[in-house]
Design a protein around this ligand. Structure first.
Ligand code: NAP
Length: 335
């Protein structure tokens, strides 16, 4: 049985969740962050979202020399805890909305079956990049071996300069990532499993107009090739491709691989809660706020953003969600 009703429960431990916690804690709202049980990959033992898979973050202001994703998340957590944020190492598996304005708090259930009561909830569970599912892919992504699911985050790193690079996928993300990479790469290869791109015409044209842009049609990646670099680190050297029409296999030499085959928002646990999701299962927000369709429930970061998906935008909306929750609590005499 739950013993107390929290003012703010935050679900998720990426930049959105921790920033919401910093703001809520500094407003004396005693936030509790359910950080989640890590499940992206067996080798990742700490929560912290997508940044746990990012080696160097060079585009977050305030870190002129860059910072590793995991280190950055530990710093966010430390800052939130300095102001009294409590951390719970559990998943929330379901939410039963209440009506805090009528003294009926929201009910959350953890993976161990515990009930948690809250006047406001901030959903910050993020979205997970989809991967092809190859063992070599995850090993190299995790080890800084030249495989990434975010060109905007990693593409400008020195190790990718003047190298042939490949992007897997045929949607807008693949076009956006590939176009970005043409600035640094010798050649960018888009590897697409069909003979027609899914991306919008304008995004296709933007990419195809670059002199170093190429598309490899009807190809899937069967495996990755890797070697030790001069420092003894395993680095990608090529991809083994299979032609989906002829069945032929070939090897393409690349110095980096970017997987852009879509994202899946972490909203499965909201099934049955009544919280509105769009057709791609992202949380729907009201106007320019972080409010969901349910009173006292807010969302921040990638869980409600299929478009920008950056650490800095997630942190920004985490701040907004905490301010929205604070305002809500004040307006209902619950602060
Ligand atoms: P998406 O539109 O779902 O495209 C995913 C692509 O990956 C598709 O081409 C798909 O191939 C391919 N794919 C999926 N699974 C694969 C697998 N296992 N192996 C190989 N290829 C695979 O996802 P997205 O590009 O991330 O875009 C998501 C949403 O965000 C879209 O609505 C998009 O318009 C939007 N977006 C907009 C912008 C922008 O406007 N600036 C930028 C990025 C994203 P098939 O085509 O064969 O299915």
């Amino acid at each position: 049985m739950a013993s107390q009703t929290h003012k703010v429960v935050i679900i998720g431990s990426g930049p959105a969740g921790w920033t919401a916690a910093i703001y809520a804690a500094r407003a004396n709202l005693d936030p509790v962050v359910y950080v989640g049980v890590p499940k992206q990959h067996p080798s990742i033992q700490l929560p912290g979202g997508q940044l746990m898979l990012t080696t160097d973050v060079e585009n977050y202001p305030g870190f002129p020399e860059g910072v590793s994703g995991p280190e950055m998340m530990q710093m966010f957590q430390k800052q939130a805890e300095r102001f009294g944020t409590k951390t719970q190492p559990r998943d929330i598996v379901s939410i039963k909305p209440g009506d805090p304005s009528q003294n009926k708090p929201h009910e959350l259930t953890t993976d161990t079956g515990e009930t948690v009561l809250a006047h406001t909830i901030i959903l910050a569970t993020g979205a997970t990049a989809n991967w092809m599912g190859l063992e070599s892919e995850m090993r190299l992504a995790q080890g800084g071996g030249g495989v990434s699911a975010c060109a905007v985050c990693d593409g400008a790193l020195p190790m990718f300069r003047d190298q042939p690079l490949a992007v897997v996928g045929g949607g807008d993300s693949a076009m956006e990532e590939a176009t970005y990479l043409t600035k640094f790469a010798s050649t960018v290869y888009v590897i697409h499993r069909r003979d027609e791109l899914r991306a919008s015409k304008v995004m296709q044209e933007r990419y195809l107009s670059k002199p170093n842009a190429k598309v490899l049609w009807n190809k899937v990646v069967e495996d990755l090739k890797a070697d030790k670099d001069q420092f003894g680190n395993e680095m990608i050297t090529g991809v083994v491709l299979k032609d989906t029409v002829t069945g032929e296999t070939s090897t393409l030499e690349v110095g980096g691989l970017f997987v852009a085959i879509g994202h899946t928002p972490a909203t499965g646990f909201l099934a049955g809660s009544g919280i509105a999701l769009d057709d791609k299962k992202y949380v729907v927000l009201k106007d320019r706020s972080t409010a969901t369709n349910i009173t006292g429930i807010f969302a921040a970061g990638d869980v409600a953003d299929a478009k920008y998906r950056q650490a800095i935008t997630a942190a920004g909306t985490g701040c907004q969600a905490a301010l929205d929750a604070e305002h809500y609590l004040g307006a209902h005499g619950l602060a």
